[in-house]
Each structure stands twice: as C-alpha cells, then as structure tokens.
Ligand binder design. Structure first.
Ligand SMILES: [Zn+2]
Length: 421
C-alpha cells in the first residue's frame, strides 16, 4: 500500500516539505488550494489556473449536489471531466454549507435535514449520502461528513457536536471503504475503446518516483493516456490510484475536546486529517492555539489540512508549523471586492489615489496581471463594473498566495530529511 503522502523534509518547528500522490496529480506541499465552489474558481478559467501552477482545487459537495446534481456529473464522467480540470480535486463533505446556509436545518444522529437555499426543496444528508455524492463527483480527496461547531459554543454544545462528528466519521469511513471502487473514472476505463473525450489527452498523471523537488510553476504537461487512474480499482494501490478520505477534527475552542477528537480519529486510520471549525469568528490566537494543540497528535506520515484559512501571513505561519494543506475563498472573494494582497500590504484598488497610477498592482509580483496591467487600469475596470476586473484581481491574488507557498516550500527544502522507517 503506497501512502498518499511523502514527507521530504521537516524543520525543528515542525514545518514539513512533502508531496501528495493523488490519482490526477502529484501535489507539492505545503499547498494552498483555491476554492472552486460551483465547479469553478470564480472568474478564473481552468487554463489560467494551470499556468499559475495550481495543482489542486476544491469543489463544494453541497453546491454541486444541488446544481447540477451529482448524478448528472457522474454520468458525464465525474467532476474532473465535467469541468475539464485534469489535476487534483478535493471535495468537502457538504457539512459546512448545510450548517452555514441553512438556518432551519434539523440535526439528528442519523443526519441533517435541510432546505435548498436555491428553491426551498427538502433534502436529507447522512454521512453515507455525503460519501456517495463525493464518490460520484470523483474527487481525489473526499472529506468525512462532520458537524461544524459554531463560535462561540458552550461546552455542552461542543461535546454534542464532537460526538456526532466522531460517529459520522466512523460511518463515512465504513461507507467509503465499501464503495470507493464506484468512482466514475472506472466507467471511463470500461469505455476506453471508444473515442476519447478531447480533454482526456491532457489528463493529469503523476510519477511517484519523480526526482527533484520542483516548484509548482515548473509542472510539465502530463503524457497523454486514457482518462482516469488507469487500473482496476479493486486491485489499485490506496493513495496513489484511488480516492482518499480525510477525517475532520472538531471540538470547538476546547483544547481537551480537540485532543480527544484527534486521538479517536487517528485510531480509525484515515488517509489524512483536517482541522475544521476554525476561522469561524474566533480571535486568531485561538485559531493558532487549536492548530498547535492538534498537530502533534496527528500521524507524521499523513497529510494535515487546516480548512478555511486564511490571510497571507496566516497561511505562511501555519505552513511553517506543519500544516500541509489549506484552502480559503479569501483571495478570490477579496479580489471581487477590490482588495489586492501585495508585497507592499493590502491595496484597495478602488481608491482615488490609483486613478493615474501606472505602476503594476504589485511591483514584486511576477503574475501575468502584474506584468501587463497598471493599478489605474484595474481601478477603472472595478469602477466601471467590468467582469474583467474580477478576473484580473483574482488572478493576482491567487498568484500572490501561490508565491507565498512556493517560498515556504523552498525554505523548507533546506531542512534535514527525516528518518523514514
Ligand atoms: Zn500579480
């Protein structure tokens, strides 16, 4: 059994340079994952994401389940093929959106009843159903169904949420193990005698033996091969050839509950571990405290993912502490609201001071937007309500986040190679 994670170097502070071996892509870690809520990273086309060096994006199970539906996506060959994204995808469990978008949800031990925010229709999500949807979407990494504890929460509330999260993690894992062979890539393999889908020519591939640590930007287009992982799932290696399932550590802002949750989930033996329920309104010191509490309890040979963070300085800080994966809507959402992250600090591109400023958004940035356009032009696009504004601002902010992680990865590479048994 090949683990989906290779630890390449580790610092005394715990920072890890590693590599995730996923069916569609080898992902260099620590990594920032842009969020593609509805099968799109808002305003940024897939080829642009590729040219920026993005190796993995997120999809939101809740949104894709409601529209266009996981069954249509399964019939079209899975999410990679539907959105024409050959690299890796992680889907969340749907839990966070069910909880954040549905004031009238009803939670029982079995699952959650909620109404669609689109048309008011009634739906029931269980751990098993969440896993079925994620298998149909065919993400490289699926997440166990959890209940995200709000902030602030009483201890009773956090304990109850924790109890549900652990029970649902067990059910998610059992169901995943029984059904992960039903991933839609399999159908594509069965039909590989037919005419290949145009995008199948550039399906992602990975080479677990690939040598040097390379920057994401140096990613070389993969060798053409049939769409999908390329082997019978029943005989495939876990990690490199099939979907992975990560558990989510909850426990609110209670250190002992976080510890208890982490220990129980580690016993269940998931492919990776996420720390959820953070960045939900708590002070940043508390976020850091919870991350620092949980990280030492997680197995070193598995990836660690902190969900929904954060600002540029936060992602750098957490990566240096040993977080391998992070995602956040912030770079793209802020971009649509005129906020650019730059090496000179935050910049509100709407400000009048930029009206004739012909310098690039960030003079230190090498992204295609900073190489071509001026602050004055970006300000004009924003003020004129032009759609290109969202696109250009988002590309720069994503490039800025990706460059931070590239810098962190490079600096972690100088750390000693850990002893591997
Ligand atoms: Zn830029």
């Amino acid at each position: 059994m090949t683990p989906p994670y290779q630890l390449l170097a580790e610092t005394a502070a715990g920072g890890r340079r590693g590599r995730l071996l996923l069916p569609h892509q080898t992902v260099e870690t620590p990594v920032f994952m842009p969020v593609g809520t509805q099968g799109t990273v808002k305003a940024v086309p897939q080829d642009t994401l590729e040219s920026l060096g993005v190796e993995i994006i997120l999809g939101n199970t809740y949104h894709l389940y409601l529209r266009p539906g996981h069954e249509p996506i399964r019939r079209m060959g899975g999410l990679h093929r539907f959105i024409s994204w050959p690299r890796a995808i992680l889907t969340d469990s749907g839990g966070f959106q069910v909880f954040s978008l549905n004031a009238l949800r009803k939670v029982t031990d079995d699952g959650v009843q909620f109404r669609s925010h689109l048309d008011g229709s009634s739906h029931f999500f269980t751990p098993e159903h969440s896993i079925d949807v994620q298998i149909a979407l065919g993400a490289d990494i699926c997440m166990a169904f959890d209940e995200c504890t709000e902030y602030p929460a009483t201890r009773d509330r956090a304990e109850e949420s924790l109890r549900l999260t652990m029970a649902w993690a067990r059910r998610s894992l059992d169901h995943f193990r029984a059904h992960c062979g039903e991933v839609p890539w399999r159908n594509q393999l069965e039909h590989k005698q037919g005419v290949p889908h145009p995008s199948s020519a550039w399906v992602g591939s990975h080479d677990p033996q690939s040598p040097a640590l390379g920057p994401a930007q140096s990613w070389v287009p993969p060798v053409p091969r049939p769409w999908g992982p390329g082997s019978d799932p029943a005989q495939s290696e876990i990690g490199s050839r099939t979907q992975s399932l990560f558990a989510i550590v909850q426990g609110g802002m209670y250190r002992d509950l976080r510890r208890q949750c982490a220990e129980r989930l580690v016993e269940m033996d998931f492919d990776g571990y996420a720390i959820g329920g953070l960045s939900v309104g708590e002070p940043r010191e508390l976020t850091l405290e919870m991350i620092s509490e949980v990280l030492p309890l997680l197995p070193k040979d598995k990836p660690r993912y902190v969900m929904g963070v954060g600002y540029p300085d936060e992602i750098e800080q957490y990566a240096r502490l040993g977080v391998d994966m992070m995602d956040c809507v912030l770079p793209t959402r802020a971009a649509r609201h005129a906020l650019l992250f730059t090496s000179e600090g935050r910049l509100n591109i709407k400000n009048k001071q930029y009206s004739e400023d012909q310098s690039p958004p960030d003079p230190a940035c090498q992204c295609p937007v900073c190489r071509r356009y001026s602050r004055a032009y970006l300000r004009h696009l924003m003020n004129a309500g032009e759609p290109l504004s969202a696109t250009l601002n988002s590309i720069h902010n994503l490039a800025y986040y990706l460059a931070i992680m590239q810098r962190v990865r490079t600096s972690l590479e100088s750390a000693p190679t850990p002893f591997q048994a």
